[in-house]
Design a protein around this ligand. Structure first.
Ligand SMILES: Nc1nc2c(ncn2[C@@H]2O[C@H](COP(=O)(O)OP(=O)(O)O)[C@@H](O)[C@H]2O)c(=O)[nH]1
Ligand SMILES: [Mg+2]
Ligand SMILES: [Zn+2]
Length: 279
């Protein structure tokens, strides 16, 4: 049989296969340390094979992530450099990012405009409010294996709780909720929902972005889809878009085709990567 690993505990795995749950252990040749939540596996009485992965995140430990919901809110004030790094991280790991604006109940138009201006051309934007249970739009985006990332206090736990409450109301089954309450000590648990799987990464609010920090600074702008067209206008192929007046990116920033927020944060990340190279 083939299934997806939902939880991993000492030597026991919970695997979902066609809607049924199985508890199995690894076999002799497949080491426990080589199997992660999110892995697609072949199993009978035990796991016999791990199928090739799309990606593997180390922190939180999760395999085959398809979509990452990057959560921001009007409060706490967004760290857009972090947002941009997570977007780069998604490109590096073949993950589809979706930008979630939570707490829309306390957001004003100016806030929405800033986000739209800088991000609407590069990522899907969804506005929700976990507190007012306005979460339909994010529920509809749960496809494949999904997880949430974002600063502390943006509302990640509230969103997960609201999604489960909604799902449980729909299926009218409270035992599932009780089950979930017991699992808070696990590192990562995948929950099967109507549309896909959602990772509950209790204790992890942030991704391991060292991946991004080890990028070659000369390659950085290649991870900016919104710079792509303008980059073709740079006189020099090695242009870092820092100062030259023959730089297409700087021209595009001046005439409003590239967001100032994205550009100035690009310069900050560029500096960071350059400094990381000087040991
Ligand atoms: N106004 C408002 N507050 C919210 C909303 N969602 C979460 N919060 C509040 O934001 C705070 C942090 O939420 P929490 O889910 O713990 O954030 P986490 O650290 O990202 O998991 C809590 O006080 C929540 O009640 C929302 O949609 N609107
Ligand atoms: Mg939390
Ligand atoms: Zn340039």
């Amino acid at each position: 049989m083939q299934g997806i690993v939902l939880t991993k505990n000492a030597n026991l795995f919970t695997i979902e296969s066609e809607g049924k749950i199985y508890k199995v252990s690894p076999s002799g040749k497949t080491k426990t340390s080589g199997i992660f939540v999110g892995d697609k596996v072949e199993f009978q009485d035990s796991i016999t094979k791990v199928l090739p992965r799309k990606n593997l995140l180390i922190r939180p430990p999760l395999a085959n992530l398809d979509r990452l919901f990057i959560v921001i809110a009007p409060s706490p004030k967004p760290d857009f450099i972090l947002v941009d790094k997570v977007l780069i991280y998604c490109i590096l790991n073949d993950i589809e990012p979706i930008l979630i604006i939570n707490k829309m109940d306390i957001a004003n138009q100016e806030f929405f405009d800033i986000i739209d201006n800088s991000y609407q051309n590069i990522v899907k934007i969804i506005k929700i409010s976990a507190k007012s249970q306005q979460i339909k739009e994010i529920e509809q985006e749960i496809k494949g294996i999904c997880a949430l990332a974002g600063q502390s206090a943006v509302g990640k736990s509230s969103i997960i709780n609201a999604i489960y409450d909604d799902e449980l109301t729909q299926i009218g089954n409270l035992s599932k909720k009780i089950e979930r309450g017991k699992q808070t000590t696990r590192l990562v648990t995948l929950y099967k929902l109507n549309g896909g799987y959602l990772a509950d990464t209790a204790g992890f609010s942030m991704l391991d972005l060292s991946y991004v920090s080890s990028l070659d600074y000369r390659e950085l702008s290649a991870y900016y889809p919104d710079f792509l067209q303008a980059r073709a206008e740079c006189k020099y192929r090695s242009c870092l878009h820092e100062s030259s007046d023959e730089c297409g990116v700087i021209k595009a920033v001046k005439n409003g085709k590239i967001s100032k927020l994205r550009y100035y944060n690009y310069l900050k990340i560029l500096e960071e990567l350059k400094n990381a190279k000087k040991y």
